[in-house]
Design a protein around this ligand. Structure first.
Ligand code: ATP
Length: 198
């Protein structure tokens, strides 16, 4: 089986995330995907994050209609920073006979050599990178080739750009703005009920 591992902060989850997952599923021909909200992202300030439990529930709502997608609380239950290598070690142990595909935006791939134990990541999983803009293609391919030279399997697909980020959404929500164009209705309801991003 080909299993996608899709980690992120998802603070909050939006249509860019769901579109990216669909794109990776098609490009890497994935049989199923595990979505993992992280506890403390290694590269972001974590003190202002919405609680893990809430980010988890929002992901469950956003991906509820997707076949073969499950949302896992594994990273949120761990201690310390959410390093991808630890997550991949865990899922590699749980699914030793399956192939893991680590899903990420191409913006993340370009700094991959700075990730903690990145060579081990490449030995545990293939990378399914989704490109969010046209102009990074040549740079991305050259970078992917340098990783392939180390034996890595890298699949790059191009997504229709969906220009939204959780940062924009948090700002819009705090200002009382409308986000129905970029977010799932049930997630917006959840945010309202739980008075998040005030
Ligand atoms: P923030 O604005 O808080 O940094 P974000 O919207 O970039 O958040 P993350 O949870 O950090 O979201 O992203 C998880 C993954 O989803 C990353 O691999 C990122 O590249 C990808 N991603 C985020 N937004 C989009 C989008 N609009 N289109 C495609 N992929 C996206």
């Amino acid at each position: 089986m080909r299993i996608g591992i899709y980690g992120g902060t998802f603070d909050p989850v939006h249509r860019g995330h769901t579109a990216m997952l669909e794109n990776a599923v098609r490009a890497a021909e994935l049989d199923r995907v595990i979505v993992l909200p992280d506890r403390i992202p290694p590269h972001k300030a974590a003190d202002k994050l919405v609680r893990g439990e809430d980010r988890l529930n929002m992901c469950r709502l956003a991906f509820e209609g997707f076949d073969n997608v499950t949302v896992s609380d594994w990273e949120i239950r761990q201690q310390g920073k959410s390093y991808s290598v630890l997550t991949l070690r865990h899922f590699h142990e749980v699914y030793p006979d399956d192939r893991l595909y680590f899903i990420m935006g191409s913006d993340m791939l370009l700094s991959f050599h700075k990730w903690y134990l990145y060579e081990e990541i490449l030995s545990l999983a293939a990378i399914a990178a989704v490109s969010r803009c046209d102009d990074d293609s040549p740079r991305l391919e050259a970078y992917a080739d340098s990783l392939r030279a180390k034996g890595a399997e890298i699949i790059i697909s191009k997504a229709e750009p969906f220009e939204v980020s959780s940062t924009d959404i948090r700002q819009r929500l705090t200002a009382g703005g409308d986000c129905t164009d970029v977010m799932d209705k049930k997630v917006l309801e959840y945010i309202k009920t739980h008075k998040l991003y005030k």
